[in-house]
Design a protein around this ligand. Sequence first.
Ligand SMILES: Nc1ncnc2c1ncn2[C@@H]1O[C@H](COP(=O)(O)OP(=O)(O)OP(=O)(O)O)[C@@H](O)[C@H]1O
Length: 575
Amino acid sequence: MLLDFIKKYWYRYLTGILTLIVVDLLQLYIPRFIGRVVDHLRSEQPTMGFVTVMVSWIVGIALAIAIMRFFWRYFIIGNARRFEYLARKTLFDKLLSLSPGYFDRTRSGDLMARFTNDLQAVRMALAQGVVMTVDATFMAIMTVLFMGRTVSWKLTWLASIPLPALALVALFFGRIIHNRFMEVQNQFSAVSELTEETISGIRIVKSFAADEKFWEMFRDRSWNNYRAGISLAKVSSVFFPLMIFLASLAHAFALFFGGPMVVRSEVSLGEFIAFNSYLGMLTWPMMALGWVLNVIQSGRASYKRIMQVMKEMPQVEEPKNPVKIDRIETISFVDLTYRYPSSQRDVLKCVSFSIKKGEMVGIVGTVGSGKSTIVKLLAKLYPVERGKIFINDVDINDIASENIRSLIAFVPQESFLFSDQIKKNIAFAQEDIDMERVIECAKLAAVHDEIVKFPEGYDTVVGERGVTLSGGQRQRVTIARALYENKDVLVFDDCLSAVDPETEEKIIDSLRSQFKQKTMIIITHRLKVLRDADLIIVLDNGVIVEKGTHEELMNLDGLYARMFKRQMIEEELEA
Ligand SMILES: Nc1ncnc2c1ncn2[C@@H]1O[C@H](COP(=O)(O)OP(=O)(O)OP(=O)(O)O)[C@@H](O)[C@H]1O
């Protein structure tokens, strides 16, 4: 990714670096002109004319430096920002392309860190890292050359004696400061992670009366953050005075050896003043050394972490020559045995059944028996071997995921709403909102009456995770969202659990009568809803133990019949 970027935008870096070098060179002329002014003022007949010319040069150079600084910043820092922008886009694109399996095993906090801290570290390496490297190397060489050639080589070497120590101290402390800085960052992340989780889970924290425990966790993490900050401050407060001391030592050496040279007229006073300015310029690259190495190292480590995500391949491979389907006429599962990539056991065993267009199929069973897995595999959210799932007799591996998902409306168990208006949540991912259709879908999902009671109606903005809506309202809004696009197959994965049984029945019945042509796959724990289903699949521990219509299964008097009777008794007791 970085190489491609540099190949494409190398000329910007080159322009920036060349401008930076010119700025550095120009900077070196200022002490020289000041020195010449001093020498001229000490000459027999100083004239204002000469001083004016020199001052004009100094002002001219300062102006040129100011203008050129803008350009190197624009080209180098701007380029690094451009890389950050492009890399962030590419990374986001990559995340969208990855299968859910990747997100099952990756913490979202970790992914967020790659979007924030890691990208920032790479940008720093590409901006400040590049600037400092060029600046420090070029400045150090050129300053030494200027000091030696324009003043005195002897004085240059003598005054430079403390400089290697300066570089060594900078390297040594640079590493410690970097490590402590990283620790501060980590501790800060721990505090913000806990704060964020506490805020989003505040209802659970309160209902479990866990305030005290969370308060203690927060106090400990905050304390660690404070301790890390203090330990960084301690090392910084030793580092900077030490650097200033060593830099002053170089000036003391210059004075000690240079003073007598001025007295002996080996070096003029003006040259000596210029020499001291150069020395000041030289200490900066030495100090920058430790810092720049760390910036580049962190940038490299972060770049590797970003590339780990970039190299990740979607688990579900897309067919090279996909078969295009426009409608879903039949769906068949043939002897499907399935194990999640991250799991050690089969969650589905020899599952076979077929669905025809317009049928309503219910999937029921014990908890964790594999009901959701069946529909997730149908939506191609996880890879499945060939010859197991067919749509219109075409293996789903030969159909593009996008094609399948454009025909199947899938309502998952967790109802997630975006922090946006209700109407936008329903007409999700659509540019133009068809309000009539939004209302029609909300009516079908039996949530319209409640939406219009909100002060802003369909314009109501739902809070983060839809906190202003009840669980049941959220579920019904997600159903309305699934209906909006008018797809061939509706899959409801236990998505009405927070709605009362009557409303669930009402919704299913009205959908059934409204969309006779639509195929419906309903996973539910409330068996009453499925009394009119064309087929009910009963799963237990990944195996289809029974299948048939409600009457057939009741006559069988097996697991389904037992579950149904129990629910009827429970309902009567509640009534
Ligand atoms: N992404 C996953 N990786 C590994 N194992 C998984 C994954 N998702 C589900 N499982 C496991 O697969 C089994 C079946 O899960 P599934 O969600 O299909 O069951 P379910 O019948 O829908 O359950 P419930 O009624 O509780 O919703 C469970 O044991 C579950 O732990």
